[in-house]
Design a protein around this ligand. Structure first.
Ligand code: PMP
Length: 358
């Protein structure tokens, strides 16, 4: 019998956990982790390589621990009068969130969230020893101000997670709900906006609520709309004091010189990097229109994915699609599955295969 980690003198609170495990399989049509299916433009790739080449020549030295140029560039990208001081970044927004819980969560502290929501939020709570408490959503997974306020009052959390638009449902959280949540909590309010760029054009983000709210944190990522998942760059915008807190828990030089250089070069071409967002929204809208015709009710989605119901046996559908080279996500909600809006061709292949399964 091979040794299990449970045979080791591991922390008691880790014994029952299972690691994050979205299947990583090489298939022709990968629509399971909400990546941007479109490769980045070649001209941008060349600029990124040039930036990397320059960084490599100085790689004998540790990188800028404060990643100042990158923070300024991210602030410029976000707008809203933010400066580099308002920004913090790490290797993916997962790491940003982990640092947040290291600083503001931990033993004797509580984080409140509203499942179904992004699975890493609870995993990060567990690994930082933060108590995880959950509230219930309204019909169709929506979150009214009253509902959020009631759960905050009931649980008195140190941290509140609102994922907007939410993964895996695709549903947004209104700014009114966010404002009410902020006013109701004495803790930190984290709004995870990983999918913000897929919201309808002109729709305001929680970034607009930052002024005067020093316990509000908005996290973002370059992994989704920005087509940069492999580079691992996530960030947050908040009062500068939040970055000061995170300096206590980050490891020195956590953002490599290569990550900084690649991200800076990509941000210099933000428009081109985001060029496919309209196309992806179009494929998402197509999924929202066509899935119900195949007998699969959908929820509204402001993201690059759709949660659909009417699936008799999600694990059987998962396997049947996989046999056809298509990977989607069984997120553990009975009779539901989640699919990422891919390229037009990928979306067509998925819809045709699903129709064939009947
Ligand atoms: N937040 C949400 C809601 C997500 O769906 C994801 C990725 N699936 C992340 C954060 C983390 O992304 P990354 O670490 O690549 O920035």
């Amino acid at each position: 019998m091979p040794l299990s980690f449970r045979d080791l003198p591991i922390r008691d609170d880790l014994r029952g956990l299972t690691p994050y495990g979205a299947p990583q399989l090489h298939v022709p049509v990968a629509l399971n982790v909400n990546e941007n299916s479109h490769p980045i433009p070649e001209a941008v790739a060349h600029d990124i390589v040039a930036g990397l080449a320059e960084a490599v020549l100085g790689i004998n030295r540790y990188p800028d621990r404060e990643f100042t140029a990158l923070r300024e560039s991210l602030a410029g990208y976000l707008g809203h009068d933010l400066t580099g001081e308002n920004i913090w970044a790490a290797n993916g927004s997962n790491e940003v969130l982990q640092q947040m819980l290291q600083a503001f969560g931990g033993p004797d502290r509580t984080a409140l969230a509203f499942p179904p929501t992004y699975s890493m939020h609870s995993i990060i709570a567990s690994i930082t020893g933060t108590r995880w408490v959950t509230g219930e959503r309204d019909a169709d997974y929506e979150l009214s101000p009253e509902t959020v306020e009631r759960w905050i009052k009931k649980t008195d959390p140190d941290i509140v997670f609102l994922c907007s638009p939410n993964n895996p449902t695709g549903t947004p959280v209104s700014l009114e709900t966010i404002e009410v949540a902020y006013a109701a909590t004495r803790g930190i309010l984290i709004v995870d906006e990983a999918y913000a760029e897929f919201m309808p054009a002109g729709e305001p983000s929680a970034l607009t609520l930052l002024p005067g709210r020093e316990r509000l944190v908005v996290s973002r990522t370059m992994s989704k709309a920005f087509a940069f998942a492999g580079a691992r760059l996530g960030y947050l915008a908040a009062d500068p004091s939040v970055a000061d807190a995170l300096r206590l828990v980050r490891l020195p030089y956590h953002l490599s010189a290569l990550t900084q250089a690649a991200s800076l070069a990509a941000l210099a071409h933000a428009d081109e990097m985001l060029a496919m967002v309209d196309d992806i929204r179009g494929q998402r809208d197509r999924l929202l229109e066509e899935l119900p015709r195949l007998g699969h009710p959908v929820l509204r989605s402001w993201t690059n994915f759709v949660l659909f119901g009417g699936v008799a046996d999600p694990s059987a559908t998962f396997e049947a699609l996989l046999q056809r080279g298509i990977l989607i996500r069984d997120i553990g909600i009975p009779h539901h599955m989640r699919v990422t809006a891919g390229t037009e061709q990928e979306t067509t292949q998925f819809l045709a295969a699903l129709a064939e399964l009947g």
